[in-house]
Structure formats: C-alpha cells, structure tokens
Design a binder for this molecule. Structure first.
Ligand code: ADE
Ligand code: ZN
Length: 317
C-alpha cells in the first residue's frame, strides 16, 4: 500500500517521535527517563493512563524550537516513506513554550520552516489543548491558536484524557478558535462512548472527530455522522494497541464505513503503537478486504476533509 498517495489527518507530533530520538536527547541533556522505555528500546506502557504519563515524560526532553524543528523533520521523513503527501499534525503549545504566545510563535515558525524544506510532503498544524490539563489551560492553548491562525495553522483540537470533564467544558476555547477562522476537531468516542461524540458534535460543533469509533454503539449517532458528513479520524492500530478493541476483527471501522460514515485512517502516535500508515492499510486489507480502490476512496475523503485552504485541497484531489 506504500505506493498509493496518502493523506493523514490525525498525528501527534510528539507521539510520532522515534524512541531513539527521545533517548538521544535525554542522553545529551543528562535527563533520566527511567520507566519510559522497554529493554528493547520501545515505549513502555500497559494502559492508556500509563501511555499518557510516558508520553508526557518523553516530552520533557523536547525543550526548544530547534528540537521541535528536528522532530518535525524526523516525523515528516517517516511520513514520506509511507507515501503521505499531506499531513495534519497536532501541535501543543503546552509542550512548546508552556502556553506563552511569543514562545509558541517561535516553536511554530521553527516547525513550519522545517516542513517547508521537504517538498515531497505538505504539512499543516492543528493547535491542540490537552483535556486533563483543564479548561483554563485549554483557553491558553486556544489563545495561541487564535493568535497564529491562518496559513500553517488551520485547526484547533483537543487530545488527552477523554474521561476528564465533558466536551462542553471546553466550549469557550473552541468558540475562540472558530471565531479566529480555525476548523475544529476533538478526541471523542475513543474512550468516552457515543455520548462523548454527541457532545463533540452538539457542544463543540466540530468539523471532524478524532477516533469517534464508539459511535458504533448508537446507530442514531452513526446516521447523524453520515447525514452531516462529519468525518472520523480513525486510528485502528492505536485503538487495538491501547485496548479500546481487543483485536482488528472487532474494530468498527468497516461497519461505520458501510453505514455511510466518512472514515479516514491515521496512525495517532505511530512508534508508540508499532505501526505505520502503510501497515494500517495492510491490516485493513487483511481484515476487511480493503482493496486499492477503497484505499484511494478513503484518501479522497481525507483530502476533502483536510483543514487546508481550497488551493491545497484541490491539488490533493
Ligand atoms: N494524545 C496522544 N495520543 C492520544 C490518544 N490516542 N488519545 C488521547 N490523547 C492522545
Ligand atoms: Zn490522537
């Protein structure tokens, strides 16, 4: 599948950091990352909450714009190898200067410049707040997003622990981002059930939903997503690795697609989940019989749902 041009809509920049990259920075800085890696060098976690802790521990060694520039290059090179021609990455002001707008701008410029050096791929950033940091910190991220909206920054989103609070607790931040002209997505229905997806649609009025797979438990919601063309950023390998579903066969992506929901495929945090975008499509082919035509269709859906300007979207189609 690596030869089919692909569009990826759901990728966390820090979560895409190769473990060797993080280990190298830790060694350079003398930072102790005990507990972050398995003996074989891979990231170590056995639950979603451990995953979030290890993720945040790994982020502590990413401390300046230059490091995020290097990270961007490393991540985009991985994506290019998967045939990705356009990618939207979640960028978090909380990990890039702690929410200070001036610092955030420097980090953002560094990532944008690094991306511009790779003509094989086009990148846009979705500024992301982190749900378990709370609604007040989300407003700080939303302010960074609003101040840098346009061009490279095309969206605003929310990741983190979906079981903290409600989607609506973050409505102020999403409204601020929308008013700044940004498109919206939030992690919903990864852990939080169908109700969390309803909240995302009704209370945050998002254009896309990160994961959204638990919508399958409410067919009225499935039909609502299909009717309104609300696109799901589905990350099956992530869901299986984190235990949302016990195996690929149980994953609802094909049922959602068959019922008319616009699904797309992404990797979320590929080195954490031992996956690549091509591997995701290979597993979908093996499990659900996806052929090249389906893969192309899904990537057209992704291109249409991309938060880029019209000119770029037309180039993708
Ligand atoms: N941040 C990085 N990966 C995530 C995931 N799968 N769910 C929520 N927040 C995340
Ligand atoms: Zn995610």
């Amino acid at each position: 599948m690596s030869t089919i041009p692909k569009v990826e809509l759901h990728l966390h920049i820090e979560g895409a950091a190769p473990p060797a990259f993080i280990r190298g920075l830790a060694q350079e800085k003398g930072v102790n990352l005990d507990g972050v890696f398995n003996d074989d060098g891979s990231y170590k976690f056995e639950s979603f909450n451990q995953f979030l802790s290890v993720y945040e521990a790994a982020c502590t060694v990413l401390t300046g714009p230059e490091e995020f520039a290097r990270l961007t290059t490393a991540v985009l090179e991985q994506s290019i190898a998967q045939g990705v021609i356009y990618t939207e990455a979640f960028l978090s002001p909380d990990f890039c200067g702690g929410g200070d707008v001036g610092a955030w701008r420097e980090y953002m410029n560094a990532m944008q410049e690094a991306a511009a050096k790779l003509p094989e791929i086009e990148m846009r950033g979705i500024v992301t707040c982190i749900r378990h940091f709370g609604p007040d910190q989300a407003k700080v991220a939303a302010k960074c997003a609003a101040e840098t909206a346009g061009g490279f920054i095309t969206g605003f989103g929310m990741g983190g622990d979906e079981m903290v609070g409600t989607q609506g607790d973050y409505a102020y931040s999403f409204d601020m981002a929308r008013e700044a002209g940004l498109r919206l997505t939030t992690h919903a229905g990864e852990w939080g059930g169908a109700d969390s997806v309803w909240q995302a649609v009704r209370d945050l009025k998002v254009d896309r939903v990160g994961h959204g797979v638990q919508a399958i438990d409410d067919l009225a919601l499935v039909d609502h997503l299909a009717e309104h063309g609300i696109v799901l950023e589905v990350c099956p390998g992530s869901n299986v690795a984190l235990g949302v579903y016990p195996d690929w066969r149980s994953h609802p992506i094909e049922k959602l697609r068959e019922r008319g929901v616009p699904v797309t495929v992404s990797t979320d945090d590929p080195p954490f989940f031992h996956t690549t975008l091509s591997a995701e499509y290979d597993r979908l082919a093996d499990t659900f019989g996806w052929d090249d035509e389906v893969v192309r269709e899904v990537n057209v859906t992704a291109a249409k749902a991309a938060f880029c300007d019209t000119v770029t979207r037309e180039k993708l189609l």
